[in-house]
Structure formats: C-alpha cells, structure tokens
Design a protein around this ligand. Structure first.
Ligand code: ADP
Length: 760
C-alpha cells in the first residue's frame, strides 16, 4: 500500500531499523517537519540521506529508499532547540517526491516486499557472519563484546545485519550503503567482506606498531612539535587580523539605525565570531553572513522627486505614448503629495515584446529619483531563488529580492519583475505565491529572507511587473495587480517613435553634430521590409546599423531607399501578394509578438472522403475545421455531393509555427467555400472570428493587435464578429479611417457579400 510522509533530510547521519539516534534540531523547518509529523503522520517521519556532497541537494540526488523513524521522545530546550530520540522502524521504497509546501518535501512510499530466501543458504550466511564477528572482536582489544549477546539471541538475518552494522565503526558513507540496501542477504554478505577487511587492518596496524614504534616516536615528536609551533604562529597573526574585523563589524553595527531586536541578534553573531578560530568553516560562513547583513540599506532612502511636471516631462522625453502608465504615475505622485504614507502601486505592464515595458519602468525610476533594478523570473521554478536559502548550507546566498536591495543600496528602489507570466510551478514550490507575499504591502514590511533571517522592510519599494499575456499570469497574483495593457504600435506610431525618440537617441550615442536626412516614407519602407514586430526593438537595431554604415561609408548624410537597399541585407519582405486563385485567404492571427497576417489554403480532390490538416494545428483549431465543414454541409451552400468521394486538405502557412485557438473559424469556412465555388477572395480582405455550427460569429481576442497588423499589411476590408464592436473604441484613428470593418452576426452576411452575387 502507498502512503505519504514528510521527508527529513539528514546528511552524514545514518539511521537503521531498530536503531535509536539522538539529535538536536536548530532550524525552524526541521522543527516544523517534526511538529506536523507528530500530529498528522502518527509520530512518524521519513529519514532520507542525500546521495551527494552538495550542501543544497536537489531531488535528483535523493535516493529511492528511506527509513521510517518513530519519534520516541522530544524535548524543547531553553535555547529553542528541539532534542529528539528517533527509532528506526523499517526501510521503505520511495515512489516519488513532491513539495509539501515551500520548504518541506513529502514522499510517496510503499513497504518493501522481499522474495523468500532459501533457508539452508541463509543459515550458512548467518553462521559465517557470527564467526567473523567473533574473530573481529577478538582482534580488536578496544571493542566491547556486548553485540555478541544480541547476536546470540536473534535469528533474523535482516535484524542481525542491521544490528551489526550499527555496532561497527564503519565510515558514514559505508553505513549509508547499508541503509539503502534493502536485501538482507546482500547486506550480510557485504558485512562479511567488510569485517574481514577490518580484521586485516587490525592485524596490519599491530604489525606496524611492533616494528617501528621506537624509531617513529622520536621523529614523530619532532614533527609534531614543529607543526604545533607553526599553527600557533599563524593563529597569532590571524587573530590580530580577526580582531580588526570584529571592531569593524561592531562599528558598522553601531552606525545602523535598526530595531533593537535585530541589533541584538547581529551583536550575538559578532560575539560568536570572536570565539571561532579563523580557519574553521563556520568562521567563513558567519563572516559572509555579517558582510551581507550589516551592509544592507536598513535605513537608506533616495529622496523621491514628487514634482509632477518634472516627472512627466522626463517620461515624455524618453517614451512616446504609453499614456495610461504615465497617467498612473501622475496619480501616484498627486496622492503621495497629499498622503506621504501611501503604498506604491503594484503595476503590471502587459503586452508584446519591444513596446517599451522595461525601458519606461527604468525611466519612471530615473524620473522619480529612485534606484532601479531588474529581476527576471521567466522559467523560475524555485522559490528559494526569491527568498534565499538558509545559511547552514555552504555557499548559500540571499534571494533575488535582497540581492536587488543590496545592489541598489536604498530601500525604496523601483524593482522590475520581468516575465511573471512565465514562472513555473512544480515540486520545488510555487514561486507565484512567494512573489505574492513579497509584493503584498500588509506582509512585506517584515519580509524575511531565509539567509538574512531578520525582517527587512520592503514596503517602500515600487514594484513593476511585466508579462506578455494576462492569461498566463498566475491567478492569485493577477488578482492583486493593477494591470495596464499596452498594445502594438501601428506604422505611423512607429515612424513617430523612430523620428522623435530612436534617431535622436542614436545621434546622441554616436555624438553626431549633423543629423541624417531621412524621409518618413524611407522609415516606412524600412519598417515594412526589414522588421516584423509589435514593438520597435528591431527597428532600433536596423536604424542603428544603417546609420553606422552611412557615417562610415558615405559623405552625404542623406538616406533614401537606395541607401537602405545598399546597406541593409534584403530582409524578409512582408509582401501581401495578390490572390488570383480560389481556395486561399488572408487570416488575422494573434501571437505573442502581436498581430500577424498569414494565409490558409484549401485543396479538394478525388479520393477518400476525409479531411487532411497541415501546419502544426492544436486541437481547438482542428475542431474549428470540423465545425466549418459541418456548417457548410448543413447549410447547403454548395451541393453536398461535392464532398462525396473527395478529400479536403486545409493547410496553414508558416508551418514551422504551432497554431491553435478558435478564431479562424470564419476564415476556414471562407477558404473552403472559395474553393468549392471556385471564387477567389481578394488579398485585401481578411477575417477573424469563431464560428458556431449555426454560422453565428463568436467574439474573439486580440482584435486591436489583429486590425493594426491588417492595416500595416495593406488589407482594406475585414470581417469581425459584431460582439467585438466595443474593442474598436481604443483603436488608433488611422486604422479606423483606412480599414473597412464589417461587424457580422451570422456568416450568411459574409456569404452574400463574397459569393452570392456570383452564384448562378
Ligand atoms: P519591452 O520591455 O516591452 O520588451 P523595451 O522597453 O525593452 O520593450 O523596448 C525596446 C526598445 O524600444 C527600447 O530601446 C526602447 O527605448 C524602445 N521603445 C519602445 N517603446 C518606445 C516608446 N513608446 N517610445 C520610445 N522608445 C520606445
């Protein structure tokens, strides 16, 4: 039967069945494991010894055998430590490990069922084991023979092998192997071998002692004295150095304006350091800890610039548009001027890459006169990266938050937490919930990093988060954020950004006195032919390259299409090629780089009555195709016989990219009808919308992005669901002015528009 238990990792400590061990626990997590195990797991805990020298073992270093131990007694000592007696009960097989919570691991285990052993063979092994044990005790004068009684009174091979292993002075590593070997016969045979070796060592030692005792003693004495003097000398020098350090630490501590409790704790640590010799490992660990802790900006703040006008001027100077975030900062300053104690907002900027999320945050920090630091949490699956690991682990460090604070050296920086929609939740814990504790102003006043151990106030930090997609932000987190959605730029906005922001930035960087003469149309040409993005990052890179080429290779500082073609490699031209054949349509897609126009094609030919789909489609998209076909057949738009003995093949272009989602339904119906009726659909027309079996158009997402890209691509007319009408409200005017947007309730309308007039 499987059951779960909490795991206690004990490195360098072996416990075997029937063996009692006494341990003293200092750290809170181990104490918690014992507390929960006493209450909920029938006083039992699973002891596991990591199979690695690493101080911070990962799950893959953990073995698949552990020992269940009963908590026989526990006593809380006056210094807060917990003293325990554990008794090993049995080995169990570990099926898997998982996170019980942020700090504790639990494991699914099952009992081990051993095969039946042959009685005769087992008896031979037992006799041999007892014989060899006797011989060993005789050969070692310092070893008690109490084990012989235990061995005489018991006959179970499993018990015997464990009892003897406990008794013998083997190394920990060696004992670990015995802990993890579940087969008693194998354990007994290894024991016979290992005891034989011990006997050999004993004999050898005796021989050496007898032969070389007198000669070695004199030399040894000299050597020993020399070493002792060396050690004393070095300690004298080092201690003087250590005294200096301790004085420095004390001075630093006294200069800090901190809570009395924290002061006392740090003082205790400094006092403890005094008593350690400089070459002990603990000395290094403690020194590192004091260097971190005493150098945190416990009370250092930047003086915030709360002048609305100056802040907005700076933001407008660095970034085009992004009005909503600029307004939010304006509100924040106005409120803070009235009530200096308000908390900073937790803003989350959501939108495709390259639209200014990171750099506007950096500008906000600069404008407010706060320090700035960026932490990336994309792919992060381990909460300890945020909150640090306990300093008992060698090489442990504070988490990213405290590291950021230390780098900024103030306690009120702007911290950007990038890619919160790409954190991963797995057995190591749930970083989103840890992040929530960090951001939550009711809790973060007393944030405790596992390494620092003392509470540090994070409440004055302004956190700005970024994500590409709201739907991937962990829900608990999403609930607490002020989401500000930023969308892609249309081509006119991009030209504006290039002229007013990117080019001046490049001139500045290159220290150019004379400006480049470049027309708007040339910038548009570059955007259309050399970039494919929602933001302007690529555009910035291309312009920089172009200008470098111009200033290094030509006298004239004028740039036209000729220079562009000459200096830049032919990029992928985003050409909206004319459509002359039936069975091809432009569709509007929404990807994480923004909106995009791509194509689908349909072929119908004699063959089995089936549907072929290509272009890496997900399940939802495959279902859209089925719905489209059933709708066309039921509706009798074309003779149903056209489907008999025919194969329908639908291909989505850009086949290297995976696609999914319901929003192509309308386009799929259109491409199939175009093919069946043999009526081409112009390349200036496009579609987006989910379709029901009855032909109703259902609302879809990403309308703004899709229409901007349709416009940029040269599309003139788009069909979208009527239910998406309200998305048109915050659409750029140029897009609305130049696109004919048809709001559709049912596909009938599209059919009449595109096909019916031609239908005989
Ligand atoms: P994101 O964080 O959204 O991926 P970045 O902040 O890194 O984007 O911006 C990429 C580049 O584009 C930066 O060099 C930035 O200066 C420029 N940029 C983006 N948006 C704007 C804007 N609205 N005004 C001026 N420059 C911008």
């Amino acid at each position: 039967m499987d059951y779960s238990m909490l795991v206690m990792l004990l490195k360098d400590l072996v416990i075997l069945p029937f063996q009692d061990i006494k341990i003293e626990l200092k750290d809170e997590i181990s104490k918690k494991i014992i507390k929960v195990s006493s209450k909920k797991y029938n006083n039992r805990v699973l002891i596991v010894s990591p199979d690695t020298d690493s101080i911070n073992p990962s799950i893959k270093d953990l073995p698949n055998v552990g020992v269940v131990a009963v908590i026989k007694s526990k006593l809380e000592l006056s210094n807060g430590n917990l003293r325990l007696t554990l008794r090993g009960e049995k080995r169990v097989k570990i099926l898997n490990y998982k996170a019980f919570n942020d700090d504790i691991i639990s494991a699914y285990v099952c009992d081990i069922i051993l095969p039946k052993f042959e009685v005769k063979g087992e008896n031979v092994i037992k006799t041999k084991l007892k014989e060899i044990l006797n011989a060993y005790i005789e050969s070692s004068p310092n070893i008690s023979n109490s084990i012989l009684k235990v061995v005489d009174e018991n006959d179970d091979l499993g018990f015997l092998s464990d009892a003897i292993t406990t008794f013998l002075p083997f190394k920990v590593k060696q004992k670990l192997n015995y802990m993890q070997e579940v087969n008693p016969e194998k354990r007994a045979l290894s024991l016979i071998k290992d005891i034989k070796l011990e006997i050999r060592y004993n004999e050898l030692e005796e021989k050496i002692d007898n032969n070389v005792e007198i000669r070695l003693t004199k030399e040894q004495e000299e050597y020993y004295l020399k070493e002792k003097i060396k050690e004393l000398e070095s300690n004298l020098g080092k201690d003087a150095f250590n005294d200096d350090k301790i004085t420095n630490y004390l001075n630093k501590l006294n200069s800090l304006d901190i809570d009395k409790k924290i002061y006392n704790k740090l003082k205790e640590n400094i006092d403890h350091l005094k008593n350690l010799t400089t070459n002990s490992p603990e000395h290094g660990v403690l020194e590192n800890y004091l260097d971190w802790t005493l150098n945190l900006p416990w009370n250092t703040l930047s003086k915030e610039n709360l002048n609305v006008k100056s802040v907005l001027t700076k933001l407008n100077k660095s970034h085009y548009g992004l009005d909503e975030i600029k307004r939010r900062i304006e509100d924040y300053i106005n409120i803070k001027n009235i009530n200096p104690n308000i908390n900073s907002p937790i803003i989350c900027l959501v939108g495709p890459p390259g639209i200014g999320k990171t750099t506007i945050t950096e500008s906000i920090a600069q404008a407010l006169n706060r320090e700035y630091y960026k932490i990336s949490v994309g792919g992060l699956n381990d909460s300890t990266e945020l909150v640090g690991s306990r300093r008992t682990y060698l090489g442990s460090l504070p988490g990213k938050i405290i590291q950021a604070i230390k780098k900024c050296n103030t306690k009120n920086p702007v911290i950007l937490i990038d890619e919160v929609d790409k954190m991963v939740r797995d057995y190591k814990g749930d970083p989103a919930s840890t992040l929530l504790d960090i951001l939550d102003s009711t809790q973060n006043k007393h944030f405790i990093d596992n390494y620092i151990e003392e509470p540090f106030d994070l409440s004055q930090i302004m956190f700005v988060l970024t994500a590409n997609d709201t739907k991937d932000i962990p829900y608990a987190l999403y609930d607490r954020l002020e989401i500000i959605e930023l969308s892609s730029y249309d081509i006119f906005e991009k030209v504006d950004i290039a002229k007013k922001y990117i080019l001046p930035k490049i001139y500045d960087e290159f220290d150019m006195k004379r400006k480049i003469n470049i027309k708007d149309e040339t910038i548009m040409y570059i955007i259309n032919n050399y970039t494919k993005e929602a933001g302007v990052r690529e555009l910035e890179r291309v312009l920089k390259k172009l200008i470098t080429k111009v200033i290094t290779s030509s006298k004239s500082l004028s740039v036209s299409e000729i220079e562009v073609v000459k200096y830049l490699k032919e990029g992928e031209k985003l050409e909206n090629k004319e459509i002359t054949e039936s069975g091809v349509v432009n569709i509007l897609a929404y990807t994480n780089i923004g909106g995009e126009v791509t194509r689908i094609e349909c072929a119908i030919f004699n063959g089995d009555e089936k549907v072929i789909l290509t272009g890496q489609l997900g399940d939802v998209l495959k279902e859209s195709v089925m719905v489209a076909i059933s709708y066309i057949r039921e509706k009798n738009y074309v003779s149903n016989t056209l489907f008999y003995n025919h194969t329908v093949h639908i291909h989505f272009l850009e086949s290297a990219i995976k696609k999914d989602g319901p929003s192509c339904g309308v386009a799929i119906v259109s491409v199939i009808l175009s093919k069946l009726l043999d009526i081409p659909i112009s390349n200036e027309i496009s579609f987006t919308g989910e379709i029901s079996l009855k032909g109703d158009l259902i609302k879809v997402g990403g309308i703004k992005e899709k229409l901007i890209s349709a416009y940029n691509y040269g599309i003139k007319k788009v069909y979208i669901p009527k239910d998406n009408e309200k998305d048109l409200k915050n659409m750029p005017k140029t897009v609305l002015d130049n696109l004919e947007i048809k709001l559709i309730k049912n596909y009938d309308t599209i059919f009449n528009d595109l096909f019916n007039k031609e239908k005989k």
